[in-house]
Design a protein around this ligand. Structure first.
Ligand code: NI
Length: 135
């Protein structure tokens, strides 16, 4: 019997989407307002889900306190109030799109989640736009 357990989190971050090997016009075409050279912010909402068997002793799939602390240490401390392009090494050469941010978050969390359990990351960049990555 597998159960999916989810924890919500939140962070604010700034970014710019562009490719330095493209002209400003092409970047503007593809990335629109997200190509603003002065950066801009988003209020990111994150849902981290762990799916697995219920531990017969504790009744937990995962200890929510442990999951909460893990998200704080691995995601919030690293991304909250940061300029993703400048301050987060993973995005030095990687466009900080919602897709890529979700993959980076998943990669940060995966080593800390028991291998027998599935991990899913849903990242909302706006209330209407969100991406899902589960490895
Ligand atoms: Ni943006």
């Amino acid at each position: 019997m597998k159960v999916k357990v989810s924890r919500k989190a939140h962070f604010n971050a700034a970014h710019r989407l562009f490719r330095s090997d493209w002209s400003f016009e092409k970047n503007e075409d593809i990335f629109g307002k997200c190509n603003n050279p002065n950066f801009h912010g988003h209020n990111y909402e994150l849902v981290v889900s762990v799916t697995g068997e219920i531990d017969q002793e504790t009744g937990f799939v995962v200890d929510m306190k442990v999951l909460k602390d893990l998200i704080r240490d691995e995601v919030e401390e690293v991304l909250d109030h940061k300029n993703l392009n400048i301050e987060v090494p993973e995005f030095e050469k990687l466009n900080p799109t919602a897709e890529n941010i979700a993959v980076v978050i998943w990669n940060k969390l995966r080593p800390h989640i028991d291998a027998s359990k599935e991990l899913e990351v849903v990242l909302f960049e706006t209330p209407r736009n969100f991406v899902t990555y589960s490895g």
